[in-house]
Design a protein around this ligand. Sequence first.
Ligand SMILES: Cc1cc2nc3c(=O)[nH]c(=O)nc-3n(C[C@H](O)[C@H](O)[C@H](O)COP(=O)(O)OP(=O)(O)OC[C@H]3O[C@@H](n4cnc5c(N)ncnc54)[C@H](O)[C@@H]3O)c2cc1C
Length: 311
Amino acid sequence: MSQAVTLTTDIFIVGSGAAGMSAAVSASASGASVIVADDREVPGGVLRQCVHSGFGLGRYGREMTGPEYSEEEFRHFEQSSAVYFPKCRVISIGSDRTALVSSPDGLRRISFIECILASGCIERPLWSLPVAGTRPEGVYTAGEIQEMIEIGGYDTGDRIFILGSGDIGQIMARRFVQLGKTVIGMAEQKAEPGGMKRNQEECIKAYDIPVILNSTVTEVHGFPHLTGVTLRHLDSGTEELIECDTLITALGLEPDKSLAEGLKTSDGYPEWLHFCGNADFVHEIADSASAQGEKLGRSTAEHILVSRKEV
Ligand SMILES: Cc1cc2nc3c(=O)[nH]c(=O)nc-3n(C[C@H](O)[C@H](O)[C@H](O)COP(=O)(O)OP(=O)(O)OC[C@H]3O[C@@H](n4cnc5c(N)ncnc54)[C@H](O)[C@@H]3O)c2cc1C
């Protein structure tokens, strides 16, 4: 078996979304050597699939789409001395300060002084809920379907039902209507719709999306393709069958700290491991993820340079 090629760097960053790119730019501008790995080919993370406007007002003073915001961040990233490894999935991070990376050219081992996890977040899937029935095609998380449509160029079914009324679900509800699909409704278990006020106005109200409050999906029907779902009204306990060919879930996001799982002890995470962007907590606004990455990149680089001078 061939040995993994070993590379060394001051700071190793996992993820090149808004947070990872800005951390890389500020860390390298502060004098640290930086390697950034991302499993996607092009930097930007979720920004590239968010084709709607609403980005950049705080950071750039103008309204941009996600891809436009990503381009701006990429201009700085590209000009920095940070080294970018695209299509490289970080498989593990060890307590000996090395990361194992699966790259198109084989395995790489990265040896680092400090590591920044900017790996984004994960969406809670439908199957995390007690939902009975089949496991058919046609069930997607909102982020998954957004990436499939906006980056992959795929189509979906025509009769869409959405479970959960978070921001991504609302944004996708609007997008489906724009694409000529029928959004039958959006079920929300709470008594109020979720998400930001802006999205409630611009996506739900403006596009007449029916929101069915105090309700949830309890069963999925059809195989191999989805044909419908059972909707339970939580206040009355009654159930109805909704016929649909696509079910989208917008059940919330969780920071993706999976790479750090084995590193946590009773004292917490090692002092050389840092989190930023959605891997730390879910940022509703990209500006906030970028600002956090920028600050963390700078302070991490300064810490390394000060320690070096002291030796
Ligand atoms: C649908 C949606 C709409 C939004 N709308 C707005 C809006 O209107 N205005 C606004 O300001 N903000 C909006 N946001 C929020 C903003 O886009 C995010 O907060 C921000 O982009 C998160 O950046 P990040 O770098 O933390 O994570 P991400 O963009 O998720 O980047 C993480 C990167 O890490 C990579 N990665 C993960 N694990 C690994 C691994 N093991 N190995 C290698 N690479 C890995 C991923 O592929 C990804 O490229 C929206 C977000 C979504 C999802």
